[in-house]
Write a protein that binds this ligand. Structure first.
Ligand code: HEM
Length: 288
C-alpha cells in the first residue's frame, strides 16, 4: 500500500503505466548491492515517462510534474534528466519503506496491547461516513499510537551529518570532515528522557503529558533544515490507513518467528508479522 501511495503521488495517472515496474521494491526483501543495482536501473523507466511528458503540452500536477517545472531560483534552469531521476528515486526510497515499516510495527504493538486496541476501537466508533479530511485531528488517540510506535521503532533509526567546518558540539571540539551519528532509536528510549522507556504507552503523547518534554526527545523525522520533507504526508497516510482498517478489523498476531530488528538503512522487522484479520461489529466493541 505504501509503495502504491508514493508512486501515485509521483506519477499521477502514469502510475497505471509504470507502477508494475516498481513491484520489485515490495517483493524483494533483500537490501544488498544486487537490490541497489536493480533499483538504480529503474531510472530508465522514469526517463521514459519524462520524455513522453516532454512531447505532451499538458503539465501534470503530480510530484514529477512539479519537479519538471521547478526552476533554479538563481539561474532559472530546469533540472537535468539525471537530477530528476535522482529526485524521484529518493522520493520512492524515502517515502515507502519508512511508512510501511512504521505501520508494520504499529499493527504488531496494537495486537500485543488489547487495552490500546480497545481504546482505538472506541475512538473509531465516532467515525462516520460523513467524516472529512479536516476531522483527522479529532482522532487524537490514533495519532498518539502513531507517535508512540515511531518512538519505539523509528524507521530512520540513525541520522548522519558531516561537519563542513571546525565546530563545537557542547564541550566537544568537532574538526571539519567529522561524521556525526545521531540515533533517534537510542534518544527515544533514553531513560533520562523517558519513564519506562521500553514500554508501549501511547498516553505519553497526550498533550498534557507532552508539555514538559524536551523538544528533541522524540525525532522520528529528524530535525533542522534537512529533516524529512514527507512528515506531514506520512502522518496523514498512516492515520488514514490505521483508521480505515482498525474500524472494521482486529489483526491478531500469529506467533511464528522471533521478533528481531534489522537495522539497515531503515529499521525493519527481520521476519514478516503474520496477522489474522477478525471482523469487528462496527459501532460496538464486539468482534464477530
Ligand atoms: C513514517 C514515515 C517516515 C519517516 C519515519 C521518515 C523519516 C525520515 C528521516 C529520519 C529522514 C532523514 C532526515 C535527516 O537526515 O535529518 C528523512 C528524509 C527524507 N524523507 Fe522521510 N520519513 C518518512 C516518510 C517519508 C515520506 C512519505 C516521504 C515522501 C513522500 C519522505 C521523503 C523524504 C525525503 C525526500 C528525505 C530526504 C530529505 C533531504 O535529504 O533533504 N519521507 N525521512
Amino acid at each position: 500500500m505504501a509503495l502504491e501511495v508514493v508512486l501515485r503521488f509521483i506519477f499521477g495517472d502514469d502510475y497505471e503505466l509504470v507502477g508494475f515496474d516498481f513491484n520489485l521494491l515490495s517483493q524483494e526483501p533483500a537490501r544488498n548491492m544486487e537490490f541497489a543495482c536493480s533499483f538504480r536501473a529503474l531510472g530508465k523507466i522514469i526517463l521514459q515517462v519524462i520524455e513522453r511528458r516532454r512531447k505532451d503540452t499538458a503539465t501534470s500536477t503530480d510530484a514529477l510534474g512539479m519537479l519538471m517545472q521547478a526552476r533554479d531560483p538563481q539561474s532559472g534552469q530546469l533540472m537535468q534528466d539525471s537530477q530528476l531521476i535522482d529526485e524521484v528515486l529518493t522520493l520512492i526510497v524515502a517515502g515507502h519503506e519508512t511508512t510501511a515499516s512504521t505501520l508494520n510495527w504499529a499493527w504488531y504493538l496494537i495486537s500485543q496491547h488489547p487495552e490500546v486496541e480497545q481504546r482505538l476501537s472506541n475512538e473509531l466508533n465516532t467515525l462516520t461516513t460523513c467524516s472529512e479530511f479536516g476531522d483527522l485531528s479529532r482522532f487524537l488517540y490514533t495519532r498518539q499510537i502513531i507517535d508512540e510506535t515511531m518512538r519505539l521503532y523509528p524507521a530512520g533509526w540513525l541520522v548522519t551529518r558531516k561537519a563542513l567546518r571546525d565546530d563545537r558540539l557542547g564541550e566537544y571540539f568537532v574538526p571539519a570532515g567529522t561524521e556525526i551519528y545521531v540515533p533517534p532509536y537510542f534518544i527515544q528510549r533514553h531513560p533520562d528522557l523517558w519513564e519506562e522507556p521500553d514500554r508501549f504507552n501511547p498516553d505519553r503523547f497526550r498533550p498534557d503529558n507532552s508539555r514538559h518534554r524536551h523538544r528533541l526527545a522524540t525525532i522520528p523525522f529528524s530535525a533542522g533544515p534537512r529533516n524529512c520533507i514527507g512528515e506531514h504526508f506520512a502522518r496523514i497516510e498512516m492515520q488514514i490507513h490505521l483508521m480505515t482498517i482498525a474500524r472494521y478489523l482486529r489483526l491478531r498476531y500469529i506467533p511464528s518467528r522471533p521478533i528481531e530488528l534489522e537495522a539497515g538503512v531503515n529499521l525493519r522487522s527481520k521476519y514478516d508479522f503474520i496477522m489474522y484479520p477478525e471482523a469487528k461489529m462496527v459501532g460496538t466493541s464486539e468482534s464477530a
